[in-house]
Design a protein around this ligand. Structure first.
Ligand code: IMP
Ligand code: MG
Length: 177
């Protein structure tokens, strides 16, 4: 499938699943290097990150745990710049090594908001792993500690990422045309 139509928009294939796998494995190796001797708590930011989190969790070989939160900021193809917490933290993260798993950092507003919030619970380490980063869209200086790939400032879907709730089940990543 080189093109897909979702609602009113057409998308073309951009990043294949084999390339995604390599990026996920690279991040898993880097986190193992840094946290392999501790027991990190992966924190998956729903909904977009669920596929990345599942694949990373399988690729990570050391002892680890996972938890989930749900934030929302996007409407259609743009960020509303207002971050809502739909499902909050259920775990005590004090003195834990916490690694936030994000599908993509776009403006950076969501991750900046989340980091500020989580710091108040006093984790021992607080790191960010993002499969994708759009450097040209950055509106805050926040940088991820682990990055799969940098991409241009185009709207994308697939591998967990959606357009109005659709396209999350695509195993490759597509960009809008
Ligand atoms: P930010 O707050 O602008 O950095 O946006 C963060 C969230 O918006 C991400 O975690 C995604 O869930 C969503 N998002 C950002 N860019 C895209 C995109 O190109 N396609 C689909 N969702 C996106
Ligand atoms: Mg997200």
């Amino acid at each position: 499938m080189s093109q897909v139509k979702i609602q009113d928009k057409v998308f073309e294939k951009f990043i294949g699943n084999d390339q995604i796998d390599l990026a996920v494995e690279k991040i898993a190796r880097e986190i193992t290097r840094d946290f392999g001797d501790s027991t990190p708590l992966f924190l998956c930011v729903l909904k977009g990150s669920f596929m990345f989190a599942a694949d990373l969790f399988k690729a990570y070989e050391g002892p680890c745990q996972i938890s989930f939160i749900q934030l929302s900021s996007y409407k259609g193809t743009t960020s509303t710049q207002e971050v809502k917490t739909l499902i909050g933290l259920s775990e005590d993260i004090k003195d834990r090594d916490v690694i936030i798993l994000e599908d993509i950092i776009d403006t950076g507003i969501t991750i900046a908001h989340l980091l500020q919030d989580l710091k108040t619970y006093q984790p021992r380490n607080l790191k960010v792993a993002s499969l994708l980063v759009k450097p040209a869209a950055a509106k805050t200086p926040v940088q991820a500690d682990y990055v799969g790939m940098e991409i241009p400032n185009d709207f994308i879907v697939g591998y967990g990422l959606d357009y109005d709730g659709f396209g999350r089940n695509l195993k490759d990543i597509y960009k809008i045309i």
